[in-house]
Ligand binder design. Structure first.
Ligand code: ATR
Length: 275
């Protein structure tokens, strides 16, 4: 059996096992390949990964909080993973660990899927964490003029300088009318199930961003997804914008990882249905 898995902490909520298993079944690989989930705390990550090839693992997806550590322990890394500073896909072969980042090409493929070409377009990216790095690197490489806004402006400035973007050093995001593409990489809109926090979840209004300013001329991407459309995605649909939701991003990055390990192109529709 060739084994694959997603590694994270926590990992219980992950839809990757269902999505990747559906793709293995559709490709007729389910008898020879399996995809599971492994939960491990940060201090056990490197040791766990080192033990996987000996247990029949061919590769893994890596998610929060291990994406930096995954890149650090790899023997070789793709240009994307190196520039982004994080890996979400590891492959094991010949005693070596290779690191890739499929988040950036996943976003670009999802945009192509709704007919949006970032070349020469203006893009506003909200957030300056790990996901933002992948999005900004991908969009800048595709020829977009990228502006990054973040609640903590220093992080936006640092990320923008490193990845060839502009930073908006303002307390609230700049007016969204000026941009062809709006991408949310912050956790605003995330459902907080089982969260013991007494704070109510943040909304875009709290940031000073009016989602009703979204127009039908724009493309909207939200990396957050939940049981329902997020506030931003719902506004995008109302306006008739080109809309890419967090599920679609999950599917696209997962499909590219699947291709890296198996050499086959899975059906995005099958993976989406399983999510
Ligand atoms: P990820 O790997 O998903 O990008 P992260 O690195 O923890 O996660 O980044 C989270 C992003 O969401 C950051 O840009 C964070 O802003 P700060 O840098 O100011 O912390 C943003 N974020 C989280 N909670 C937020 C909130 N309530 N309002 C605005 N931005 C928020």
């Amino acid at each position: 059996m060739k084994r694959l898995a997603v590694i994270g902490y926590p990992i219980g909520h992950s839809r990757s096992p269902a999505m990747q298993t559906a793709a293995l079944e559709e490709e007729g690989l389910a008898g020879q390949w399996e995809y599971g989930a492994i939960e491990v705390e940060p201090d056990g990550f490197a040791e766990l990964v080192g033990s996987l090839p000996g247990q029949g693992y061919v590769g893994v997806n890596v998610t929060i909080p291990h994406k930096h550590a995954a890149l650090a322990l790899a023997d070789e890394a793709s240009e994307a993973a190196t520039a982004i500073g994080a890996a979400n896909t590891l492959s094991f072969a010949d005693g070596r660990i290779s690191a890739e980042n499929t988040d950036a090409p996943g976003v670009l493929e999802a945009l192509a899927g709704v007919g949006f070409d970032p070349a020469g377009k203006t893009a506003l990216v909200l957030g300056a964490g790990g996901s933002s790095r992948a999005v900004v690197w991908g969009l800048a490489g595709a020829g977009a003029e990228v502006t990054v806004w973040n609640r903590t402006p220093e992080r936006a400035a640092e990320l923008a300088a490193e990845l060839g973007a502009e930073a908006a050093n303002t307390p609230s995001p700049p007016a969204i009318e000026g941009f062809s593409l709006l991408v949310n990489t912050t956790s605003v809109g995330l459902e907080r199930t089982g969260d013991s926090s007494s704070q109510p979840p943040a909304t875009f209004k709290d940031l000073g961003l009016d989602v009703d300013q979204v127009s039908g001329e724009q493309a909207i991407v939200d990396l957050v997804y939940g049981s329902d459309d997020t506030e931003l995605i719902a506004a995008g649909r109302r306006a008739g914008a080109k809309v890419v939701d967090g599920r679609e991003i999950l599917v696209r990055q997962g499909a590219i990882s699947f291709q890296i390990w198996t050499g086959r192109t899975p059906s995005a529709a099958t993976m989406r249905a399983a999510v």
